[in-house]
Design a protein around this ligand. Structure first.
Ligand code: FE
Length: 213
């Protein structure tokens, strides 16, 4: 194992961090796949480095563009892959990323009940809670309660739709553009968009200066 790859597989080497069951399992699986010649260490390294270079600011730019440009939003909703390509975003090994538009009457929240499928090209690697069994099992059974625990209160008249990701298709939630942001530039809007708002477990908060009119 080359040292870069070792650092990526054991990112907590210098801490007192004890690897969890799942971390040990992933490392064992990677080693097995390399031993069997299914993947090479170079390919593994490339994917790990690629994923670590990605983060939610990419998705935030997409959301801000969709808020600011209705034609782009329509293209994003109709053909995610094509619209993202316009922004220079490629999906690598994914077939598509489908955008789910939140509206005053529908709030989407994304999960992968099977494992941890996530729109990595737009948000980077998923947070720990997204991968947890408790989130994956509870959000489908009691979404409103789970959302409340994230600090998201969805009014009773708003439908909550839980969407299950798959290996091929991942989802981006397009949050409702907050009031008071009408005059903001795309760059300013990008700053407002949080990772959780693009999963559906967060709402956008607007700085008080923007709303104090
Ligand atoms: Fe999954």
């Amino acid at each position: 194992m080359v040292s870069d790859e070792h650092d990526l597989l054991h990112p907590h080497l210098d801490d007192d961090h004890e690897e969890t069951y799942y971390e040990k399992r992933i490392i064992a699986l990677c080693n097995l796949l390399m031993d069997k010649g299914v993947i090479t260490s170079g390919e593994l390294l490339e994917v790990l480095q690629e994923n670590q270079a990605l983060n939610p600011s990419i998705g935030a730019k997409v959301v801000a563009r969709a808020w600011n440009d209705p034609d782009f939003k329509q293209r994003l909703l109709n053909d995610g892959k094509g619209a993202l390509a316009e922004m220079g975003i490629t999906l690598k090994r994914l077939d598509d990323i489908v955008t789910l538009e939140n509206t005053p009457s529908v709030h989407h929240v994304v999960v992968c009940t099977l494992c941890s499928c996530y729109p990595i090209p737009l948000l980077g690697p998923p947070p720990e809670w997204y991968k947890s069994e408790v989130y994956r099992s509870r959000v489908v059974k009691e979404p409103r309660q789970v959302l409340e625990e994230f600090g998201v209160e969805v009014p009773a008249e708003v439908e909550v739709r839980v969407v299950d990701s798959t290996a091929e298709i991942r989802y981006l939630v397009l949050p409702v553009r907050p009031k008071g942001t009408e005059g903001m530039s795309e760059e300013e809007l990008t700053e407002l968009v949080t990772r959780d708002s693009m999963i559906g477990t967060g709402l956008i908060s607007v700085p008080s200066a923007a709303t104090a009119v």
